[in-house]
Design a protein around this ligand. Structure first.
Ligand code: GEK
Length: 242
């Protein structure tokens, strides 16, 4: 079982901005599973989607890998020993734990975990890139630059998987989706206090785009086609083809 996330269970006098520190990394598996509707479905389906685009010696990136869940799920299903995954994250606490996870599953030959910030990291040319729930933490003014960088690393016909919390362009629908998400968190054992304190801590850190904004950014960066292949409330996963 994962260590339980109780970070916002007690009232905090001075609520600090959310950061991916040791405390968060320590409970992250529990936090993301209880907070993101469809998380397991998305991570669990990635190998099947990517298998349509991979060759025996493909190079894949996992940007914002956290504890390495997507890379590990993929590595478990990879048949070729020549496929490699570059898993990057800017949080030292996450990277340290991801490295330990990779070692304990004996995937060090396949997954290379590196501490790096995607806004400055140089992506090598590759065959597939995944970025799950990470673009939302990058400053909005840097998002075009990051998505362009991702597009430039992929040859035509290759794939980018992007998962994000999204906003509806319809105010009533947006309110309902937010409420449904909060119900999801309540059902998973989070209290009203935990939900509201986490929301405030994230307010300036996690800025949410609409599906339309993502699609037009991807098109402008040179992706020829983009589909939402999965959506659960205000959480969506896109498949974009260069
Ligand atoms: C999963 N994908 O379990 N460069 C690199 N990493 C970053 C940056 C950046 N500029 N900004 C944020 N991060 C994972 C879940 S969590 C999602 C991803 C969430 C990293 C940050 O350190 C954190 O580990 C991750 O992006 C976001 O499949 O917490 O909702």
């Amino acid at each position: 079982m994962f260590k339980k996330d109780k970070i916002y269970a007690k009232p905090q006098k001075q609520l600090e901005q959310f950061t991916f520190d040791e405390q968060v990394a320590d409970v992250f598996a529990d936090m993301i599973n209880r907070s993101v509707p469809g998380y397991q479905t998305i991570i669990g389906t990635i190998p099947a989607i990517l298998s349509k685009y991979l060759k025996t010696d493909s190079k894949i990136y996992d940007i914002g890998c956290s504890l390495g869940a997507a890379s590990l799920t993929l590595a478990k299903q990879i048949k070729s020993a020549q496929i490699t995954i570059g898993a990057i994250d800017y949080s030292s606490a996450m990277v340290e734990k991801a490295k330990r996870n990779v070692q304990s599953y004996k995937f060090s030959e396949i997954i290379n975990v590196q501490q790096a910030d995607i806004t400055t990291f140089e992506l090598a040319s590759c065959d597939a890139i995944m970025m799950n729930f990470t673009l939302q933490f990058i400053a909005p003014e840097q998002r075009d630059f990051v998505i362009n960088k991702i597009a430039n690393a992929l040859p035509p016909g290759q794939v980018f998987l992007l998962s994000e919390k999204v906003q509806s362009t319809d105010a009533v629908m947006d309110r309902n989706l937010v409420e449904l998400h909060h119900d999801f968190k309540r059902k998973n054992g989070y209290s009203e206090l935990e939900i509201s304190q986490k929301r405030s801590a994230l307010e300036e850190v996690m800025i949410i785009d609409s599906i339309e904004t993502h699609k037009s950014r991807l098109a402008l960066a040179g992706f020829s086609h983009c589909e939402v292949w999965y959506q659960h409330f205000n959480f969506a996963s896109f498949i974009a083809i260069k």
